[in-house]
Design a binder for this molecule. Structure first.
Ligand SMILES: [Cu+2]
Length: 146
């Protein structure tokens, strides 16, 4: 039915706008912006620092959204253990896999779901992470270890 279809399109657009607003709000709250150096391949590049707690573990929450971006897309962290919470703030399922790091993978998350994983980034350098389902749409990011 035509009317239903239009409503669905409107809803999809609204969800997209909300996701964009939310992404902007998250980026604004992070306070970790380093002056507009977007991550490669990300239209809405954002940077945050994973601060290390008194227990020696760095923590960060990464949102995955319906714009097929991670927020933040770039996570700066010192070498050592890191606990990453991935939250799907949209409706499209996403995962997160850090390349070449054993155990650094969050399986498929449906909209509204989140998962936390802990792994170690021992060596300085850049460790890319992707949503394996949307990597080709630019849904990528990186841990910058230094
Ligand atoms: Cu995805």
């Amino acid at each position: 039915m035509r009317l239903t279809r239009l409503t669905a399109v409107r809803r999809a657009l609204l969800v997209g706008v909300l996701a964009a607003v939310l992404a902007a709000a998250v980026a604004g709250c992070g306070g970790g912006s380093t002056g507009g150096k977007p991550a490669a391949g990300s239209a809405t590049g954002s940077t945050a620092v994973a601060t290390r707690g008194s227990d020696g573990i760095a923590r960060i929450t990464i949102a995955a959204n319906d714009n097929y971006t991670f927020v933040p897309a770039t996570v700066q962290v010192s070498p050592g253990p890191i606990e990453v919470t991935v939250r799907n703030v949209g409706k499209v399922p996403h995962n997160l896999v850090a390349r070449g790091v054993p155990g650094a993978a969050v399986d498929f998350l449906d909209g509204g779901q989140s998962a936390t994983l802990r792994f170690t980034l021992a060596q300085p350098g850049s460790v890319p992470f992707v949503c394996t389902y949307h990597e080709r749409m630019g849904m990528t990011g990186a841990f910058v270890v230094r």
